[in-house]
Design a binder for this molecule. Sequence first.
Ligand SMILES: [Zn+2]
Ligand SMILES: [Zn+2]
Length: 318
Amino acid sequence: MRAAVLERPGSPLRMVERPRPQPGPGELLLRVAACGVCRTDLHLRDGELELPLPRVPGHQIVGTVVGGDGRRLGVPWLGWTCGRCRWCREGRENLCPEARFTGRDVDGGFAEYAVADARFCFPLPDGLPDDQVAPLLCAGLIGYRALRMCGDATRLGLYGFGSAAHVLTQVAVAQGRSVFAFTRAGDAPAQALARELGAAWTGASEEAPPEPLDAAIVFAPVGSLVPLALRAVAPGGTVVCGGIHMSDIPSFPYADLWGERTLRSVANLTREDAREFLALAPTVPLRTHVTRYPLERAEAALDDLRAGRLVGAAVVVP
Ligand SMILES: [Zn+2]
Ligand SMILES: [Zn+2]
């Protein structure tokens, strides 16, 4: 099969021909129909996160089961957990210290075929084509976990309007929240998409919102946005960092945290998050804005993501 492989940190993905992977006990072989591109793939590619190499990235896999009933399943970032540790037993398997992640610890979906643990594969809602459902598997899922950490906040800020924020805006608007979308200064296409999806306000990340927010989620991997977001939320408000990697957060006056503001991160996902979010998706109903890249151009998709040239989500299609 053909696969896009990361061989050295910081080097471009290389197209290789390699044997089709063999499923072990409890695993499924999937023929990949589409695989979403996440900022985490870019952090891995750029050497900002460590991983065993060589590795096939991609952790938003939509595929059909080979040699079974041809079911369509989704494979998310969480690929395996120990099931025994304190976090697994407490329903917080996202924090399992032995967790294996798709496209980091096991090969992912930037390939024609992928193998996945059947216990971490999910039936996908009907009605969305493969490429459009793929971004729900990380951008949607982990975004949704971040949204839940915002409680019942009605005025919600989203810093960084990419794949996750464009899905989350639809969920938040359907729940009756007002979305304030912060983008890079002058990113007119992202702001236009945000308004089209129902955002009440759009502006540059450095701008103050027209009214104080109840919560904000920082999706952009930019630490300097954290103090800005804290200043934008009202007393009692929450700021959630939704990414796996971020540049250093500059120091800020205690007054910006004072007033019972909460600052927290969200890490990974649980299978319960996946079941809940994938059941919710068709009720919104969620639509994703995707740019398709053939498998051979997976590296170009990462380039476009890094450069901020994408609107919505990128999806690799073998
Ligand atoms: Zn991801
Ligand atoms: Zn565990």
